[in-house]
Design a protein around this ligand. Structure first.
Ligand code: NAD
Length: 468
């Protein structure tokens, strides 16, 4: 437990957003968050409580999203331990001033970037990976020496409740507070002045957050969504491609921000690819996905109905079975959906995989470039020059060749979107950077106060031209 002036942290349902921010700001202003030692202690406290509550977290994820404990550990709880460990190992180095170069005209001088904590921060999280996407930004906040208010998603209430209990056990409210609730609570928080807002969610709500932040000129990290394409070249190993896409598409019943949204594929490969996806689905979940303990459920009735409506566009090549009462929706492949239909216009965020005829890589690149920049892009080809061309000629938040989603696990790489899929990145050092301001610092001695830069300038132009 972290030592601090007051406790405990449980926030009542009707909370006072202004008072909460003021409390955290007063604490931040004491400057106790600046030293390495404080940051280490918070990360260690987080690590302890994450381990202590692991069983409760896994059971909450089962209750909210029917995630198996194995999947919940692999995609949520386990990755958090790795992030904390990495931050604890590297924090000292991240905090060191980074050297820059000082040009001759300002010599003698030394140039640096100092990392300073942004201050009092707000983290708003979504429901699809409700634990991972709440705690991973918090690791960045604490490593950077910030305080944080976390607003988990109301659509994953069991996880939200565990988050509140575990974080209020580890931290007093002036360091970390959890505000449970939905739009109303979120908007009350957004009305306050923060030093950073870290938002993960849909692009529409991202705009609401950006507007609220603009009122106080608050910097934002926006981790948003979109339609992440897969491009399949004729040279690809179709069986491995189908298995990897099926895994990334149907994990968490398709409710993954970086899930493959649709597949651009040469028309003659469509039939075989569909068979191979079906084969992979059987090998993952058995003959009846409904009875598999490893297949998730749709988060809410509203989303179940939304996905059902999307499935009505095009032809169902396999799958399509569903059950409204249990919000089960089978892994599904769809062909012949018009590109103007909602299935091909909106982020699917469910287990529907549309296949789009795309005779050439040139067509695929043009298709992607004509649409908003995706959060992720996946290119499959044995011919490395094809993958390289796709990487260079398309823009996306992240990309993987010959696989899907795995870039999320590369903690040395910043994870984030571009354009409509987001702004800024995090994970590993990028999380520390996201919650820090990099202050440019030039250090000069009093010695050698050269007259060159001082007026009168008469006759110095040719000298300036030579020096600059
Ligand atoms: P959402 O945008 O509906 O909600 C996210 C959070 O914002 C929730 O905490 C919610 O309570 C709050 N919120 C909702 N409406 C609000 C409003 N009008 N004003 C203020 N706050 C509001 O997103 P979601 O449905 O929880 O998650 C799904 C979306 O998130 C998908 O688009 C997905 O791609 C995206 N996502 C992105 C990432 C990423 O890392 N880039 C990760 C997961 C999910």
């Amino acid at each position: 437990m972290v030592q601090s002036p007051s406790r405990p942290a449980a926030v009542p349902p009707s909370f006072d957003a202004k008072a909460l921010v003021e409390k955290q700001r007063a604490y931040f202003e004491t400057r106790v968050t600046l030293p390495l030692q404080w940051r280490r202690e918070q990360l260690q406290a987080l690590d302890r409580v994450a381990h202590k509550y692991e069983a409760e977290i896994l059971s909450a994820l089962k209750s909210d999203l029917s995630k198996s404990p194995e999947e919940a550990f692999l995609t949520e709880a386990g990755s958090i331990y790795g992030e904390i460990k990495n931050a604890l190992k590297n924090l000292k180095g991240w905090m060191k001033p980074r050297k820059g170069s000082a040009p001759i005209v300002i010599q003698p001088a030394r140039a640096y970037q100092y990392s300073e904590p942004l201050g009092v921060t707000l983290i708003i999280a979504p429901w699809n990976y409700p634990y991972q996407l709440s705690i991973a930004p918090l690791i960045g906040a604490l490593a950077a020496g910030c305080t944080a208010v976390l607003k988990p998603s109301e659509l994953a209430p069991a996880t939200s409740s565990v988050l509140r209990r575990m974080l209020s056990e580890a931290f007093p409210p002036e360091i970390v507070s959890v505000v449970e609730g939905g739009v109303e609570e979120s908007q009350a928080l957004l009305a306050e002045r923060w030093d950073l807002i870290f938002f993960t969610g849909g692009t529409q709500v991202g705009r609401v957050v950006a507007e609220a932040a603009a009122r106080h000129l608050t910097p934002t990290i926006l981790e948003l969504g979109g339609k992440s394409p897969c491009i399949i070249d004729r040279s690809a190993d179709l069986e491995v491609t189908a298995r990897r896409i099926a895994w990334g598409k149907y994990v968490n019943a398709g409710q993954t921000c970086i899930a493959p949204d649709y597949v651009l594929i040469p028309p003659e490969l469509k039939g075989r690819f569909t068979e191979l996806v079906q084969k992979a689905v059987r090998s993952f979940y058995g003959d009846d996905t409904r009875t598999s303990g490893d297949y998730g459920r749709i988060i809410s009735t509203r989303h179940f109905e939304r996905i059902s409506a999307l499935a009505a566009h095009g032809k169902i090549a396999f799958g399509g079975e569903r059950d409204a009462a249990s919000r089960f929706f089978a892994p599904t492949v769809i062909t012949d959906a018009p590109v103007t239909s909602p299935l091909m216009q909106e982020e699917i965020f469910g287990p529907l995989l549309p296949l789009v005829d795309c005779p050439s890589i040139e067509d695929a690149i043009r298709f992607v470039r004509a649409r908003p920049k995706p959060l992720a892009l996946y290119s499959f080809a044995r011919d490395a020059s094809v993958n390289e061309r796709v990487l260079r000629e398309t823009s996306s938040g992240g990309a993987v060749t010959n696989d899907v989603c795995v870039h999320f696990a590369a903690e040395g790489l910043p994870f984030g979107g571009v354009g409509e899929s987001g702004l800024g990145g995090y994970h590993g050092q990028a999380s520390f950077d996201a919650f820090s301001h990099r202050k440019s610092v030039v250090k000069r001695p009093f010695l050698l106060d050269m007259a060159l830069r001082y007026p009168p300038y008469g006759g110095k132009l040719s000298l300036f031209k030579r020096l600059m």
